[in-house]
Each structure stands twice: as C-alpha cells, then as structure tokens.
Design a protein around this ligand. Structure first.
Ligand SMILES: Nc1nc2c(c(=O)[nH]1)N[C@H]1C(S)=C(S)[C@@H](COP(=O)(O)OP(=O)(O)OC[C@H]3O[C@@H](n4cnc5c(=O)[nH]c(N)nc54)[C@H](O)[C@@H]3O)O[C@H]1N2
Ligand SMILES: Nc1nc2c(c(=O)[nH]1)N[C@H]1C(S)=C(S)[C@@H](COP(=O)(O)OP(=O)(O)OC[C@H]3O[C@@H](n4cnc5c(=O)[nH]c(N)nc54)[C@H](O)[C@@H]3O)O[C@H]1N2
Ligand code: SF4
Ligand SMILES: [Mo]
Length: 743
C-alpha cells in the first residue's frame, strides 16, 4: 500500500520553516504574470524546453513549451518546481565574510571589500607558494559561455594549472572512452533515433528517475516492437517492462560486455563489411574476449548465462539497435573499460552512423556536454583541445591575444585537487557551481581537506555545505538570471534566456569573474560587456577543434530550436547523427576497437564488509541537493536517504522495512531507514547521495579512481549492514509501490 507523502505541517515540523511553501490555495492559485520567457530547465542534461512565467522581477510559475521538439512540453517533477528557488529565503543576496561571532558564521560585507579580500589572498598564497598552489573548481550547471570564461580566467587571471570541474565525477569516463574509440566525445545520435531502434539496451541508468523524458523515446521504440534490455543491479522502473533484465553485480560490467562480444564472434553475428571498411584493431578486441565465455561471465556478474546469450543474440541479429549508458557503468575504476566494451559491441555489429543505430552515453548535468568541451577541464582548451598540444595551444593563444607561454600546462583532476589540499600542497581554492563536500567520495576526508585551506571562496546563490567552510561567499546568479547557451545530452546547442535580474546585490557569475580578473591585473583579456561577446569569442576559439561551434549563432540556435555541433561554418546544417556513413573522427576516419581484459573493482566484499554498496539518485532530488532540498514539494516526495535492500538481505540482517540500519565501510558509517524492496540484488544495497552531513552516502565511498579518466568509483564499495535499533514512523519512508514489479 502506498503511504501518503508528508503533509505541509509535517514538513515544517521536521525540516523547519525555511522550505518554500505553496501559497494558500495551491501552487498556481492567483498567480499573476506579465511575461513568459522561453528557456530551458536548469537541472539535467535533457535540457527540456520550458516557458517561465514572470511577474515584476520574479519567476512565479511555468507553462509547457509544446513546440520545443525534444520534450514537446513534457517535464519531470524537478523541472516544474525549479522556479521556487529565486525568491527562496535562503538566497544569498550580498557578499559575506566568515565571522564566527555573527549569526550563521558570516557577516555582510561590500562587494569591494569581498573582491579585494579574494584578490589579496590569491596574491598572498601565490607569492608564498607559487601559482599552482591556488586552485579552482567549477561545474557544468553553467552555460557554455561561463565554462569557456572560467577556463580562460583560471589560465590568464589566476595563472594556475590547477583548474578542474565536477564533470570529473560525471562524464569523464564516457568522454575518455568516446575519444579513444571514436575520436570525438558526444552522443552518437539525436534522440529521434531511439524510436527507430529494434533493440534498446540500457546499461547502468535509471532512466525513469534520472532522464524521465527519455522514457517517452523508448516507449515509442517499444510501440514499434523494439526489444528492451536493461543491465542494472536494480529493477529500476523502466526495467519492469523489459524483455530482458541483466541483474549485474556492481562493478562487473566489462565481463558482461566481454562475454557478449565473445558470443557475437562465436555465432558470427558480425558486420564484416563495416569492420573492414570503418574500424581498426578488431583482432585485439577479439583476442581479449577469447576466454570470456558466458558461463565465465555468469559467475562474475551474477547474470544467468542464458540471459547473456539472449542479449548477444538480440543485439547481434537485429538490423538496428541503440545502447544507452550512464553513470552505472561509468562511475567505476573501470569506467573507461566499460564504455570501450559497450562501443566494441556497436562496432562489431555495424551499429553506428545509421538511423536507429548507436552506442551513446546519456549526459548527466544540465550542460554536462558543452561544459566538457570548452576548457575548464584540467587538461583541456576550448573546442575540446589538448592543453599539452603545441598547435592547440598556439590556436587558443592567438584567439586570447596572449603569448602561448602564458597558458599554464596540464593541471590535476578534481579529486587530486582535494587530495593535494589535504596534503597541504594546494593552499587556496575558488569554487563555483561545485559542492565537493557532498559530492566527492570519502566525505570525512573532504571535510578535513576544506578545513586545511588557508583561504577558500565560493561563488553560489545558496550557502552550500562546502560554502560553510568558506572564508568569502560571493553571491552569484541562478540559471534564469543570465543568458547564454547550453549543449544538451544530444549534442544540441540551445539558447538559455534571462527571465529576471539577480536579486539584491547578487551578480551574474560572469560579471563576478570579469571583475576579479580586472582586480588581478588581467582585465585586458576580459573586455566583455555582455555574454554574447563571450560566445562570439568561444566560436573562434573552438573553430577547427573537434567540438567546433564556429558556425553556430545565437539567432540560428533560437530560430531552429537548437543546432547540433560540429558546425564548422555559418550556413552548415549541424551534425545530428555523428557517424553518418561510418565516418569516425580519428585522423584516418576509422573507429578503433579496444582490448578490454577483465579486472576487479577497487574494493571487493569480504568477511568484514560482505555487502556491495552502490549509490545514485532519486527522481525528486538533484545532485548534492542544495537546490532541490530547499523545494518543499520535492522534499515531500523523498525527504531523506533510505537504504534500499532485498527482503533476503533484510532477513539476514534482521530488519524490516522502516527499521534503522547502520551501514559501515572502511571510510565511514551512516544510519538510515531500511527500504526493503524485491527490486535489488540480494547482495547489494543502494543509497541515494543527495544529502549532507551524517546523511551523506559519500561517507562510505572510496577515493579509488579510473586510471585514465580519474573518475571516482561511486558505484562500487564494500560495506557491512547492521540493525541500528529503533525504527522510523511509516510516513518517513516513501513507498515505491513496487509490489507489481518484483522479479
Ligand atoms: N532526479 C535526478 N535526475 C538526474 C540527476 C539527479 O541528481 N537527480 N542528476 C543528473 C546527472 S548529473 C547525472 S550524472 C545523471 C545520472 O543518471 P543515472 O546514471 O541514470 O543515475 P544513477 O542513479 O547515478 O545510476 C544509474 C543506475 O546505475 C545502477 N548501477 C549501480 N552500480 C552499477 C553497476 O556496477 N553496473 C551497472 N550496470 N549499473 C549500476 C544503479 O542501480 C542505478 O539504477 O542523472 C541526471 N539526472
Ligand atoms: N556517491 C555519489 N556521489 C556522486 C555521484 C553519485 O552517483 N554517487 N554522482 C556524481 C555526479 S554524476 C555529479 S554530476 C556530482 C555533482 O556534484 P556537485 O557538482 O557538487 O553538485 P551540485 O549540487 O550541482 O553542486 C553545485 C553547486 O553549485 C550551485 N550552482 C548550481 N547552479 C549554479 C550556477 O548557475 N551558478 C553558480 N554560481 N552556482 C550554481 C549549487 O547551488 C550547488 O551548491 O556529484 C557526484 N557525486
Ligand atoms: S528531465 Fe531533466 S531537463 Fe527535463 S524537466 Fe526533468 S530535470 Fe529538467
Ligand atoms: Mo552527473
């Protein structure tokens, strides 16, 4: 039986009066608006079109934008509530400086004071310890313009090599795998190809909760008779109607992909013409899977042998097919291997570059695609260029008008920045759009690191949990307070339009950075007076790179509901299907197979820690939760983390649904209610990670990373689960109403 969500009174009682409550009469009652602004959702990489209703300087509601082709008016629970952030009482509306005697630990200061303090601390730290001792962390909820600006700001204003971004925890395994195999890093297809696939295979993604709009594309394929294969340790909602469910043990996906390739070869379900004409190194990949028979993989993965054989047959014998993967296979110390293993299956069967054919990542964050192209990765320059390549550096230096030697070299990735802070090698940090305390693995370690900084400044619109460790907080802008472009998970560049001005003394993010650059003595490199000028420079800087935006103009982007890069010159139609005709982006135009031997995850279960832990998301919460934990309607749907576990495990542990359990790993411990469901492997527990402090799943996770992408292994840890004593009242536990879907 479904339990009711918390009432408003219960919510206020438990979570305090700061939640944004519905006005009397309901959310839409009596709302007057003067204008409607066409823009996009601030949350996930689907980047749904939405129309924001504006009254005076406040976003007061939304309307569906039926004409925007990707989502045709559809939105998920987060998209329809995002407008409740702007006038939230927690909004930071003036600069603040740490002051232990002030209420909340911060006192109000002027912009001049705040910016001068930041600049003097940067100077002091860099004079004492060298330029790279001051690092910057950024995020890709930010537009392309801001991403580009941050890359330039870190290199030419901060003069530091140590800039990285939160996509290091999100898209980098997909990015590295795509580049190695295909020579470019973007979704292989526009989503309009999904309904044309005869087989849709999802690997490590909970689409119905994390990319809800994509489900409608899959249903269209199913309406045409497509088969659905789902590979996940949990029977996630879209898996409940799957034709084939592959209940993979966390961290073993490369064995499964290897066995499928083994079967494709054994039955000769191969597209030899495609392999000969469009790929290299098939023999190496084939040799690596010679011993990976389904029976071997069944032992490792826990997926019955017959299901592995069935997956191979359907994939190998269907004319079209798409494999969609996300963080479940990517956030592992074998993330890149898993991506390469998936791509091998597409190449072996010629499922690239044709309608309804592709192997593609589903990009996570709002601008997770564009934000990984324009230079705020530690090894990257705009256009997805390589910061160590002399030609690439020379091109970007010519656009920036600087000497090539002024551009620092390669820096270290996000988690290594945190480790270098912990080790005392990095002394100062500026972060924008990143809440590392909640989102980094091993949060107790991260907290120690943040407390060791000599100086920390944060640009944010709320005081995040990381922000509580800052010395200076600079109030930045919400998504609806600035314009620019974003690039959706499809590779579609879209236009974000400003609906309102930042409130109080808050400023647009880019204006803060330009002001800081000026005070750091680099103002001549940052002469912008609006974001359009930044985009025009980005076009030039990206020109000739793999992520080429040269031909994209704001006007065409708006008029055509987005443009797919690469778009090398004005008038170019853009490139919706990336590998059309089997043309890949390595210099010889061919894709590359990779040998993917199987290796163990960074940590395996043992007598002390006998249960696998995996972490991820729920539909109503977003990332570190700073935004969605402040919206009452979303909190009501899923107020607190729960430990999802199978009835068999619950029985072994000796707990029932709602009982408190303590979950312990080698890094930390968390106590939370058990959520007993038949839709998860009995050897695995799942905890969503959107909460801070003693509710943070990342207290348990490990700092092991993929050797190539440096992605932390969020999806695999070994834990112990024990009864904690006591239970919570029934309203504390959201019921997923899974009875019908159990296997
Ligand atoms: N509601 C909501 N939507 C979001 C977000 C959000 O925070 N909330 N964030 C956005 C972002 S930035 C991202 S990156 C995406 C993430 O989107 P997803 O990758 O779909 O989400 P996750 O919940 O991280 O993990 C997906 C699935 O991986 C499974 N999994 C865990 N371990 C393994 C494994 O070893 N192998 C396999 N095959 N599967 C495994 C989990 O059971 C889970 O169902 O979502 C985006 N959309
Ligand atoms: N255990 C576990 N950990 C994970 C994951 C997992 O699956 N499991 N997933 C990882 C993934 S995929 C991701 S993407 C990361 C995300 O991790 P984070 O990037 O740390 O998460 P966010 O919540 O997006 O934090 C962004 C901060 O930026 C602020 N912000 C948002 N938009 C803007 C803006 O436009 N301007 C400014 N100035 N600030 C803004 C928000 O208020 C918030 O404080 O978490 C990772 N951590
Ligand atoms: S699916 Fe993603 S982009 Fe669309 S409304 Fe939901 S969070 Fe926003
Ligand atoms: Mo992400």
């Amino acid at each position: 039986m479904a339990r009711p969500p918390l009432t408003d009174a219960e919510l206020i009682d438990r979570y305090g009066p700061h939640l944004n409550q519905a006005p009397p009469g309901g959310w839409n009652a009596g709302i007057e608006f003067d204008r409607v602004v066409d823009t996009h959702c601030c949350f996930c990489g689907q980047q749904c079109g939405i129309k924001l209703k504006v009254h005076d300087n406040e976003v007061v509601g939304f309307e569906p934008w039926y004409d925007f082709p990707f989502n045709e008016g559809k939105l998920c629970p987060k998209g329809v509530k995002r407008y409740l952030q702007g006038s939230h009482p927690d909004r930071v509306v003036y600069p603040m400086e740490r002051d232990e005697t002030a209420p909340g630990g911060f006192r109000r200061v002027s912009w001049d004071h705040a910016l001068d303090r930041v600049v003097s601390e940067i100077r002091r730290i860099q004079d004492a310890y060298g330029p790279d001792s001051f690092a910057m962390l950024s995020g890709v909820s930010l537009t392309n313009e801001k991403s580009y600006l941050i890359g330039k700001f870190a290199r030419l204003a901060l003069h530091t090599a140590n800039l990285d971004y939160n996509g290091r925890y999100c898209m980098v395994s997909a990015g590295a795998g795509n580049k190695k195999a295909l020579g470019i890093d973007r979704a292989s297809n526009p989503w309009s190809d999904i309904p044309l696939a005869d087989v849709v295979w999802t690997a490590g993604t909970n689409i119905a909760e994390t990319f809800p709009i994509t489900t409608s594309y899959i249903w269209k394929a199913r309406d045409r008779g497509a088969r659905l294969i789902v590979q996940d340790p949990r029977v996630v909602p879209h898996a409940r109607t799957a034709d084939l469910f592959l209940p993979v043990r966390p961290g073993t996906d490369s064995a499964l992909f290897g066995a499928v390739l083994h079967e494709l070869i054994r039955h000769d379900w191969l597209d030899h013409d495609f392999i000969d004409a469009h790929t290299n190194d098939f023999d190496q990949a084939a040799a690596a899977v010679a011993d990976m028979a389904p029976a071997w993989a069944a032992d490792i993965t826990g997926v019955p042998r017959a299901r592995i054989e069935q997956a191979a047959e359907w994939w190998g014998t269907s004319a079209t097919g798409m494999l969609l993967h996300a963080r479940g296979i990517e956030q592992q110390s074998k993330g890149v291997d898993n991506v390469l293993g998936a791509i091998n299956l597409g190449l072996a069967t010629g499922k690239f570059g044709k309608p309804g054919c592709g192997v593609t990542t589903i990009t996570g964050q709002g601008n997770g695609q564009g934000g990984r192209e324009h230079g705020h990765k530690c090894d990257q320059l705009p256009g997805n260029r390589d910061i160590t390549n002399p030609e690439h550096r020379a091109h970007v230096a010519s656009v920036w008008g600087c000497d090539v030697d002024e551009i620092p070299g390669k820096g270290i990735p996000a988690l290594e920045i945190i480790e270098a802070i912990h080790a005392g090698e990095i002394k100062g940090l500026l972060s924008i759009c990143f809440n590392p305390l909640v989102s980094s693995p091993d949060s107790n370690f991260t907290r120690e690191a943040l407390d060791r900084l000599e100086f920390y400044s944060v640009i944010d619109f709320f005081v995040s949990e990381s922000g509580h460790h800052a010395d200076v907080i600079l109030p930045g802008s919400l998504h609806e307070e600035d314009e620019g472009t974003s690039t959706s998970g499809e590779g579609r560049i879209i236009k974000i339009n400003a609906a309102v001005e930042p409130p109080g003394e808050a400023r647009r993010d880019w204006e803060i950075l330009v002001d800081l650059a000026d005070r750091l003595g680099s103002g001549h490199y940052f002469p912008y007076t609006d974001t359009h000028q930044i985009f025009e420079e980005l076009r030039l800087a990206s020109a000739g790179g793999t992520a080429d935006y040269r031909g994209a103009t704001w006007e065409r982007i708006e008029a055509e509901h987005g443009l797919f890069w690469p778009i090398p010159e004005e008038g170019h139609p853009g490139t919706p299907r990336l590998y059309e005709g089997g043309r890949f982006y390595h210099p010889d135009g061919r894709a590359k197979f990779h040998a993917v031997p199987y290796r163990l995850p960074g940590e395996v279960v043992d007598a002390d820690y006998p249960v696998w832990l995996t972490t991820g998301r729920v539909v109503s919460q977003y990332l570190s939760g700073t935004q969605t934990r402040r919206i009452a309607a979303l909190v009501a749907q899923y107020p607190e983390p729960l430990c999802e576990m199978h009835p068999q495990l619950a029985e072994r542990v000796g707990v029932a649904d709602g009982d408190l359990v303590t979950v312990t790993s080698r890094r930390g411990t968390i106590t939370l209610p058990a959520h007993v469901v038949a839709t998860i492997r009995p050897d695995t527990v799942f905890i969503p990670y959107h909460w801070p402090g003693d509710k943070a799943a990342n207290q348990l996770t490990q700092r092991v990373v993929d050797p190539t992408s440096k992605m932390p292994e969020f999806k695999v840890s070994a834990v112990r689960v024990e009864p904690a004593g006591g239970r919570v009242t029934t309203t504390d536990v959201r019921d997923f109403d899974l009875q019908g879907g159990a296997t």
